[in-house]
Structure formats: C-alpha cells, structure tokens
Design a protein. Structure first.
Length: 236
C-alpha cells in the first residue's frame, strides 16, 4: 500500500514538473512585445520634483545660511504665485519708480527743476541755481550766513565762490544753466579735477542730500575749499 502511494506521488510530481517546463518553453518561444509609456505621462514624471533625486543642494549647516535659504525659497514661491503675477508686481514696479524719482530729486540731475527752499532767516536770495556769481560779495554773504548758523547756505556760497575763482582762472566757463558735473568734466586732465570733484560731492551731500552741517563740520569744509582755491592762480 505504502509503495503504491509513493509511486503515485512521484508520478504526480513528475507530471507537474513536466507541465511547468512545457509552459516555460512555450513562453520563451513567444515573440517579445515592447510596451512604451504614454508620452505625456512620461513628461509629467520627468518634470516632477518628487522624482528628481540628488539634484537639490544639501541644507547648509550655518543657521544664518539656513535662514537665508528659507527666506529665498519663500521669496521665489511668492514671485511665482498668482497673487504676485496679478497685483504685487505692479506694486513693486511703482515702489521702484518712486525710489528712482526720489533719488533723482536728491541728486543734482533734477535739482535745477525742483529747487529746494533752504531754511534761512536773513533773506539772502541765494537759493536758486541762477545766481550771478560775479555780483555776489562772497566774504560778506558767507560771514552773514555763518553768523545766523545757516551753514547749509554757507556751504553753497563757498561752492559758488569756488566756481567764480575757477572762472577767473580761466579753468572753466561759468554758465548758470550748467550742472556741477559739467564743471567737473571741464577740468579733465587738470590737476584740480580730483579735488574739485570731491568738493562737488561734499556740496551736493549738503545742499541736495540735506546732510546735517554744524559749526565744526563747516569749518572743515571751509578749510578744504580754501586749500583748493590756493592750488591754482587766478588770472588778472
């Protein structure tokens, strides 16, 4: 009985193995069909950041760098948002335009068009850009401005006096409608150009930039103007 059962099991196992082998051979002989993924779905997968490994830079160890990276990420997200595209980009453009206009108003470029009214209490009429420098008694005018502590006006008078001296020395040609930059360019290749450009910058900071000037600062500027005026001879 036991021998019969063993023979039966061996026959069944052999039959199963033969059947599996035949199926494998049949599959091996079948032609291979190549399947391609959908092109649109493949593009979506290729551009999906979730499947792009190893392209992102590792987070920085420095806390400040981490904060800056986080801030930049938020800015980038904001700039690519619909809210920025629809509204905020125009707000930023308007803010930039306002800043540029403000800087131009502070600079000499628009100083002649939008002349600022300097605060003064002595009634001296030296506030516009069209002074006739040959008719001003500079020593008296500067002394009067200093006595009334109007140092901003005194610096302007020092600059105008310097323009007169350069004109008298035939180093520049003074015209009321010229800009300070034009006078600087007229001194090109002259040993006075560098120092005059520095004085021009100081004057513009005070007159157009509203930089504060006290008695001590004015004395320093007056000494610089005097040294410069002594560096060239005035024609007679």
């Amino acid at each position: 009985m036991k021998a019969t059962i063993k023979k039966t099991l061996v026959i069944l196992c052999a039959s199963w193995c033969i059947s599996v082998a035949q199926n494998l051979l049949a599959q091996a002989n079948e032609p291979v069909t190549v399947r391609y993924p959908d092109a649109e779905k493949l593009r979506d997968l290729q551009t999906d950041r979730a499947y792009q490994y190893g392209t992102d830079a590792p987070p920085p160890d420095n806390p400040v760098a981490r904060f800056l990276a986080y801030l930049w990420q938020k800015i980038a997200e904001f700039l690519s948002s619909d809210a920025y595209q629809n509204v905020w980009q125009y707000v930023f453009l308007a803010a930039i335009a306002a800043l540029v206009l403000y800087l131009l108003l502070k600079a000499e470029m628009l100083g002649s068009l939008f002349a600022k009214q300097a605060q003064q209490s002595d009634g001296l009429d030296y506030e516009t850009i069209t002074e006739n420098i040959h008719e001003i008694d500079f020593d008296a005018a500067i002394s009067s401005a200093v006595e009334q502590q109007n140092y901003r006006l005194a610096v302007r008078l020092l600059y105008l006096q310097t323009l007169k001296r350069l004109t008298d020395a035939e180093l520049i040609q003074y015209k009321p409608d010229k800009t300070n930059r034009q006078y600087v360019y007229e001194l090109v290749n002259s040993p006075q150009q560098s120092d005059f450009e520095q004085l021009t910058r100081q004057f513009e900071f005070v007159w157009y930039g509203d930089f504060p000037v006290d008695a001590g600062r004015f004395d320093e500027l007056q000494a610089q103007f005097r040294r410069f005026s002594g560096s060239f001879a005035v024609a007679h």
